[in-house]
Design a protein around this ligand. Structure first.
Ligand SMILES: [Zn+2]
Length: 296
């Protein structure tokens, strides 16, 4: 009897998440104060709650056995993103992004934001590189990565002189996201070398967002397009890793080595994505023109 009741409630939950625009769902939301954005009914974190609302919500409690089964069995499709919480809903993989990337989540200033808000930079979600790389790219393009200037403005770094907030590559400028990843002479050199590798002219953008708009609106087709886009992620990621190596590991970083790493990462990611057997990583690095013509 209890199991049947649970099954019926679970079915009710399923319909609630699927039929958001139906009259009955709107009435239930209005009557019991559920948020229209919740894909499953949630209890408010504080305040008085009606018994009926508490009963409806009780089954989905993630601490209960049934709640666990339900939560594990549900996965969201994003569509417009206006019902999907970016960090806290399961929409990619088997975990929430909050569970998968707890450190990035802690650094985010938009912990309860909808996917829709982040989706403005939708072109950056290409599933071409590891997810953490695409998240970093997307955060960087919004100027939301934890550079020294950002940590200082949030009072996470306090009581230090300007030298401690300087860009680790040039030690001349304040380390802002756009400086360290783009306009620092070290980073500009690397971006220019990668664009040269493609025989293209550098656009000299003033922001990472402008750079990404240019990069992702290329006219390339087929594998060539994916390779080009992989280069964007590999470059941003490799500059960021080099920056972290200097700050946290006290390493000397050579810009030509970073350039090589970018090409290696690009080749590894594109091979992982498309299972390209005819070309090795070295082939892709040394014979880009040949690989660009390959059809997939
Ligand atoms: Zn610099």
């Amino acid at each position: 009897m209890i199991e049947q009741n649970h099954a019926l409630l679970a079915k009710w939950w399923w319909r609630f998440s699927r039929e958001k625009d139906s009259l009955w769902a709107k009435v239930v939301c209005r009557k019991y104060g559920f948020s229209h954005q919740d894909w499953l009914p949630q209890l408010p974190s504080s305040g008085r709650v009606s018994i009926i609302r508490r009963d409806i919500c009780s089954i989905g409690n993630p601490d209960s056995e049934m709640g666990n089964i339900i939560q594990a069995g549900f996965k969201l499709q994003v569509y417009s993103g206006n019902n999907t919480l970016f960090w806290n809903h399961k929409w990619m993989g088997d975990q929430t992004l909050r569970e998968e990337f707890p450190r990035l989540y802690l650094k985010s200033s938009q912990k309860d934001e909808l996917y829709m808000i982040f989706g403005k930079l939708e072109s950056l979600w290409r599933n071409l590189s590891p997810l953490k790389v695409e998240i970093l790219s997307w955060m960087a393009c919004q100027g939301r990565i934890a550079t020294r200037s950002i940590l200082s403005s949030r009072n996470i770094i306090v009581g230090v002189d300007d030298h401690a907030l300087a860009c680790p590559f040039c030690m001349m400028e304040l380390e802002t996201p756009v400086h360290v990843l783009l306009s620092c002479p070290f980073s500009t050199y690397i971006w220019t070398k990668i664009v040269d590798w493609w025989n293209l002219a550098w656009v000299d953008p003033s922001s990472l967002l402008e750079l990404s708009s240019w990069w992702f609106s290329s006219r390339f087709k087929n594998l060539e397009k994916y390779l080009w886009e992989c280069c964007f992620y590999a470059t941003l990621w490799s500059i960021w890793i080099a920056r972290n190596d200097i700050i946290f590991n006290n390493k000397d970083v050579d810009r030509n080595q970073v350039e090589e790493l970018i090409k290696t990462r690009t080749a590894l990611w594109i091979k992982a994505k498309f299972d390209i057997k005819v070309y090795t990583v070295e082939d892709i690095k040394r014979n880009l023109d040949g690989v660009r013509r390959l059809k997939i």
